[in-house]
Design a protein around this ligand. Structure first.
Ligand SMILES: [Zn+2]
Length: 318
């Protein structure tokens, strides 16, 4: 019997994934539905409940002791509600209460998706063994999370480490969040592609204008593509250096689709970091690629649920 089994939910704008995960981070059962992101809130919740029903219907379910949810944000762990930007039907939606009801009253731990990925990288990936780490996802958006003093630091509402919306260009372009010149506004995949196109980059015969296509062109030496990645790297470096200067991290882990660009991103990123991370205590900061794959959100949500259970046991004096 798995006495350390938890349920995990990874809720994003395109899919709702669920799993039963054991204490070693192994996924024993998985379920998935597309997110009906343009539908009303109850329709989205029904998709979550279908995923949960596949888990609760398993013979393994009897051993599950808690539920971890990593959700697209903003989330509010203090009220158990979520308001994902890309799921308009959910605004201050009481996700924790609804999932608790669907799982027969199990304790539910809610964190943002960036925090969940951080939990996964710290438990099993590139931040393993590091007591102070920043983990980032650079893809359609830029998300992140922090490990401080050896523990995940979700913050009071579950959003701490939201590095994508640190401003690194004071009079920069308006960002969807309401601020200006955010890291995400410069370094996300769509913004890398947008800048390359605006500066005269020509896509190949297949017409692919994704950041991955810009990365391919940069690898082939296209100077506009190279420059667009260099600008993104500069924004990321400034955000990472600011974070390191504030809270003393010793590693920054970069994942997500843009993170997969490899040297096209990491070479200018490491160079730009030298410009911004200047004080003695941040000069040893390393930047490394993420190691967790597409299951990072599920594994991280499970880690949060397992950690909470340990915390509850400690409080109860167990
Ligand atoms: Zn922003």
């Amino acid at each position: 019997m798995h006495t350390d089994l938890v349920a995990a939910l990874d809720i994003g704008g395109t899919k709702i994934a669920g799993a039963l995960v054991d204490g070693h981070g192994r996924i024993l059962l998985r379920a998935q539905r597309p997110t009906p992101a343009r539908e009303d809130g109850e329709t989205v919740m029904r998709a979550v409940e279908e995923v949960v029903a596949e888990l609760t219907g398993s013979p393994l379910w009897g051993s599950a002791s808690a539920v971890g949810i990593g959700s697209a944000g903003p989330v509010d762990a203090s009220t158990g509600t979520v308001s994902p930007v890309n799921v308009p039907g959910w605004r201050d939606y009481p996700l924790v209460d609804r999932v608790r009801a669907a799982t027969g009253g199990l304790p539910v731990e809610l964190i943002g998706d960036g925090v969940a990925i951080t939990a996964a990288e710290h438990w099993q990936g590139a931040a393993r063994g590091h007591d102070n780490a920043l983990c980032m996802v650079v893809s359609t958006g830029v998300g992140g999370g922090l490990v401080l003093n050896g523990r995940l630091h979700p913050g009071p509402t579950g959003n701490a480490g939201h590095i994508g919306h640190i401003s690194v260009e004071l009079d920069g372009e308006p960002c969807a969040c309401g601020s200006r010149g955010c890291v995400e506004r410069i370094a996300s995949g769509p913004n890398i592609a947008r800048r390359a196109l605006a500066n005269g980059w020509q896509p190949g015969p297949d017409g692919d204008t994704s950041a991955a296509a810009v990365a391919e062109a940069a690898r082939a030496g296209d100077p506009v593509a190279v420059a667009s990645f260099a600008r993104a790297a500069q924004a990321l470096a400034a955000g990472i250096a600011a974070t390191a200067t504030l809270v003393e991290i010793d590693v920054a882990v970069i994942g997500g689709g843009v993170g997969k660009a490899g040297d096209v991103l990491f070479t200018p990123l490491r160079a730009a970091l030298k410009t911004y991370a200047t004080l003695s205590f941040v000069q040893r900061l390393e930047i490394v690629p993420a190691q967790m794959g597409t299951d990072a959100g599920l594994v991280g949500a499970a880690a949060a649920a397992l950690t909470r259970r340990v915390g509850d046991a400690a409080e109860a004096g167990v």
